[in-house]
Design a protein around this ligand. Structure first.
Ligand code: ADP
Ligand code: MG
Ligand code: MG
Length: 256
């Protein structure tokens, strides 16, 4: 059982316009996610959804100016990025980074060793990775390819879900895991998330601006995110309403 509490979170970035300016992006986010729950965060482009995920994960570019993020009462904002991962937080990024020269199998083994606190036993590990790759329909030769280098959008997203399956977080933040996926890849990736949810006591924050993925992964709660904060919360019917009417009502202008 885990609880992630986000309380009145304010965060932004230093902008490089010569001066010392700071752009506030998150303007008081409040959200609580418990194990077993899936929360869809839906909002227009530029509303700060990725910034929210980066602030929670500890991306060095994003500075939290006030508010709290607590995982089971522990202050996440005081933890290093590694400590956050060990505490059970996982972020699948909207734009996964490429790591030339590091094979996917080495990368996964290093990440899993860091999070579990000990290296997995080789025989067990090989079997585990093979099985998860099979489920995600990732061809075996990917194990020896450089992380995300030259991967298609869909291949990168499958690889993110492979990390999820192996790292076994308590709280998983999935930032636009559906973007750029064709119908088949969306099905495979969604199935991967659903398998993980079925086998683990996890709380999921699913960031998206399309309802498409929510037909595969059923949210318990839907939150509308606009201008750096949660502006409305409801059940899954809220997603259908957004599909019909867009975000106009929340931002005043049509989302582009
Ligand atoms: P979303 O994920 O909802 O599309 P983002 O969190 O990516 O929104 O961005 C929110 C706003 O903050 C946007 O206007 C974006 O341009 C700006 N922003 C995000 N990251 C940076 C950055 N590193 N430098 C400057 N502006 C940024
Ligand atoms: Mg965006
Ligand atoms: Mg984003």
């Amino acid at each position: 059982m885990a609880t992630l509490e986000i309380k009145d979170l304010h965060a932004g970035v230093k902008t490089d316009d010569g001066g010392d300016s700071f752009k506030e992006i998150l303007k008081g986010v409040n959200l609580t996610i418990r194990s077993g729950e899936t929360h869809a965060i839906m909002g227009p482009n530029g509303s700060g959804k990725s910034t929210l995920s980066y602030a929670i994960a500890g991306h060095p570019k994003y500075e939290v100016t006030s508010g709290e993020v607590l995982l089971d009462g522990e202050n996440v904002l005081d933890m290093t990025v590694d400590e956050r991962a060990r505490a059970g937080l996982f972020l699948a990024m909207q734009y996964p980074v490429e790591v030339p020269g590091v094979s996917m199998s080495n990368f996964l083994r290093t990440a899993v060793t860091a999070v579990r606190g000990e290296a997995p036993k080789v025989r067990h590990w090989v079997k585990e990775v093979k099985e998860e790759m099979g489920k995600l329909e990732i061809a075996p030769e990917f194990a020896e390819r450089s992380v995300n280098e030259g991967f298609s959008g869909g291949e990168k997203k499958r690889h993110e879900i492979l990390q999820l399956a192996l790292l076994k977080p308590k709280i998983a933040i999935l930032d636009e895991t559906d973007s750029g996926l064709d119908v088949d890849a969306l099905r495979v990736v969604s199935q991967g998330v659903n398998d993980y949810k079925a086998g683990n006591d996890v709380g999921v924050m699913l960031i998206t601006h399309y309802t498409r993925i929510l037909r595969h992964i059923t949210p318990d709660f839907v939150h509308v995110f606009a201008d750096g904060r949660v502006v409305e919360s409801g059940g899954k019917e809220l997603a259908e309403e957004l599909e019909e009417n867009g975000y106009v009502k929340y931002v005043g202008t049509p989302a582009v």
